[in-house]
Design a protein around this ligand. Structure first.
Ligand code: FAD
Ligand code: UDP
Length: 367
């Protein structure tokens, strides 16, 4: 008999959801995290009464009612709607790409005029079957928008040419022929009132958690402590990079506390030209009702990832997906280790995907 049923590596949303569900039915879980706090990417720090999203802006959105009800069972959500604004060389444009953007760019006033303009630019660029992000973007919104609002942002965000990136990345963004600046098409959207920590704290209530504990530093002991391991770190690191290293993109966050009430008038402003080194400035107080006389802003700088850095984004191009498939083959043969989450499954998952995946994983375990 081992001391625990499950050792869960990572106190992010995947690990916390799995631990909550298993703890609820009496399984004994130990959650470890190498960070000094729980929550992983969704961790918030309260500064001057403002919930600062320490690892980038997090807006919860889903069309899955079950997942929406699930997160709302831990905390109440507000009705925040994400409507980022893009700044290109000092000019402001609404996002995602919609009638407001088309009007600002071309002065077109009807959906038909906007569609004609895009069609014209698409024809000129001769894109038929988009094979990469550049071709996909031009075929969705035309060359002008691609050049002003997509190319520079994308190339600094990913550190690669848009012609080398997979098309699916740009399909995350809606294109709409209505005057609607909602960044997401999902049915449900919001920010947990009081911040994301509330959800994760509730999920881990009553579960044993050990912080500042890196699985790889105590691997020998930890591997024998539980009947099964749920691993939400990097899958290639778990296998000691034996087939090669998967690529990730990292970020650097620069927070500033400002002695002013309202710095930029919106939670998210994207800087879409390549020459500005950050991709966006987040002003956290706009995510929630907040009457602080100060404000906190964060500049988000994309960064090259190397071993030891925070792997914020998997880079799901063909080369990496093929390499991941080799690791996945090994993972599928394990009967005592489950890989989950953005890093364990090497997928550009949003929060709702991660929670859904963890819940499915629990169902699978309990079959
Ligand atoms: P993580 O949150 O990364 O948790 C994994 C945990 O494992 C970490 O705490 C890590 O410290 C720990 N760990 C790793 N290796 C080890 C080890 N060896 N030993 C011990 N512990 C280890 N999603 C949305 O839905 N909406 C958004 O607006 C949104 N914005 C985002 C913005 C940014 C900048 C980023 C990077 C992501 C964003 N996401 C967003 C995605 C969201 O953050 C993820 O889908 C989700 O948080 C991933 O949860 P996870 O548990 O898989 O991973
Ligand atoms: N994107 C862009 N311009 C923008 C915003 C996004 O070109 O102003 C592209 C970019 O390639 C980015 C992708 O769309 O990586 C997905 O954007 P999203 O906001 O979903 O990225 P995330 O919040 O996950 O970083």
């Amino acid at each position: 008999m081992k001391k625990y049923d499950y050792l869960i590596v990572g106190a992010g949303l995947f690990g916390a959801t799995f631990a909550y569900e298993m703890n609820k039915i009496g399984k004994k879980c130990l959650v470890i995290d190498k960070k000094s706090h729980i929550g992983g990417n969704v961790y918030c720090e309260n500064i001057e009464g403002i919930n600062v999203h320490k690892y980038g802006a997090h807006i919860f959105h889903t069309s899955n009612k079950e997942i929406w009800d699930y997160v709302n069972s831990f905390v109440e959500f507000n009705r925040y709607t994400n409507s980022p604004v893009a700044n290109y060389k000092g000019e402001l444009y609404n996002l995602p790409f919609n009638m407001n953007t088309f009007y600002q760019l071309w002065k077109v006033k009807t959906p038909e005029e906007a569609k004609n303009k895009i069609e014209e630019q698409k024809k000129e660029a001769r894109v038929e079957n988009p094979k990469n992000l550049e071709e996909q973007a031009i075929s969705l919104v035309g060359k002008d928008i691609y050049e002003k609002l997509i190319k520079g942002y994308t190339e600094k965000q990913w550190g690669q040419k848009a012609t080398e990136l997979p098309a699916f990345i740009i399909k995350r963004l809606p294109v709409r022929f209505t005057f609607d600046n909602n960044y997401f098409n999902d049915k449900y959207q919001g920010i947990p009132i009081g911040g994301y920590n509330k959800i994760v704290e509730k999920m881990l209530d009553g579960v044993e958690v050990k912080l500042n504990t890196d699985f790889f530093k105590e691997r020998n002991e930890l591997e024998n402590i539980a009947e099964k391991i749920v691993f939400t770190g990097m899958i290639d690191e778990y296998y000691d990079y034996k087939f090669g290293t998967l690529e990730y993109r990292s970020l650097r966050f620069e927070d500033e506390l400002l002695d002013e009430e309202n710095h930029q008038g919106n939670a998210v402003i994207n800087y879409t030209e390549y020459e500005i080194p950050y991709t966006r400035i987040i002003e956290h107080k706009h995510f929630e009702d907040c009457n602080s006389s100060k404000t906190v802003i964060t500049k988000e700088y994309p960064a090259t990832w190397k071993k030891g850095d925070e792997p914020y984004y998997p880079i799901n191009n063909n080369k990496n997906n093929d390499l991941y498939a080799k690791y996945k083959e090994l993972a599928d043969k394990e009967n005592k280790v489950i890989f989950g989450g953005r890093l364990g499954q090497y997928k550009y998952f949003d929060m709702h995907n991660v929670i859904e995946s963890a819940l499915n994983c629990v169902k699978e375990e309990l079959k």
